[in-house]
Design a protein around this ligand. Structure first.
Ligand SMILES: [Zn+2]
Length: 252
């Protein structure tokens, strides 16, 4: 998931947890909103944000940051300064039925990822009206598919032909409007964890090969019957077991 889900959490991470993430736009936007929200004027907001950047970076190059900072200082001066947080996304029964009717698992996964992205963007911006503004590469990555460029194009084309999405080409990228959103229908799946969320769809569809990691609750595809953990947790647990084993051996 390449969308920032919680500006509130990011602000906390920056100011309290000593975090500094890779996405300059998210970092600057959150800080600018925060300091405007404190009632500061534009010049003071700029100084405060620069102070944070200097603290966070060993080498601060104003050339890299100034253009982005000035853009958000201007854009957000008169805007809403509340920080958003998307905690859950509800997928309804009608929406699940529309996806299931595609009857092609790869396309279904892509449709589900498009739906989740559009719903997140609706939640962040009430004027979004079901548009999906993420990159198609992000959608394919979230769908957990490994496809060639030609196949990717075909999927979006098929979904358009079936009337599930429509496209609007701008100069910079292709946006899709998701046409099968029915918020009023009964609740189907609630997504709270956006790692591997496409497996929520497979599980809702009745897929029995999806399991939760017993350590971190990540949804994963079950490869073996005895499997308990995701790859990352399994590695950490194995390392820890080895360490304990060596320690015991040494003590004896
Ligand atoms: Zn895990």
């Amino acid at each position: 998931m390449n969308i920032l889900l919680s500006e509130k959490k990011l602000l906390h991470q920056i100011l309290v947890e000593d975090y500094w993430g890779p996405n300059k736009h998210d970092l600057i936007r959150v800080l600018v909103k925060h300091f405007y929200g404190e009632g500061l004027k534009r010049k003071s907001v700029k100084e405060e944000v620069e102070n944070v950047i200097i603290q966070k970076m060993d080498t601060y190059n104003p050339l890299v940051w100034d253009a982005i900072l000035n853009k958000y200082l201007k854009r957000l001066e008169k805007a809403d300064h509340r920080l958003y947080s998307v905690d859950e996304i509800i997928i309804t029964q009608d929406e699940l039925a529309s996806i299931r009717a595609i009857e092609h698992e790869e396309y279904e996964k892509v449709a589900f990822a498009l739906l989740v992205h559009a719903k997140i963007q609706n939640s962040i911006n009430p004027d979004n009206h079901n548009w999906m503004n993420s990159k198609t590469t992000d959608i394919i990555r979230d769908s957990k598919l490994n496809l060639k460029a030609q196949e990717k194009k075909l999927i979006f084309h098929v979904l358009m032909k079936r009337g599930l999405i429509e496209s609007s080409k701008s100069m910079t990228n292709t946006n899709f409007k998701v046409l099968f959103i029915h918020n009023e229908s009964e609740k189907g799946v609630v997504i709270k964890d956006f790692r591997n969320y496409v497996y929520e769809y497979i599980r809702a569809k009745g897929g029995t090969n999806i399991m939760e990691c017993q350590q971190c609750e990540l949804l994963i595809i079950k490869n073996k019957n005895i499997q308990k953990y995701c790859t990352d947790c399994a590695r950490v647990i194995k390392r820890e077991k080895n360490r304990l084993w060596k320690q015991e051996k040494w003590v004896q």
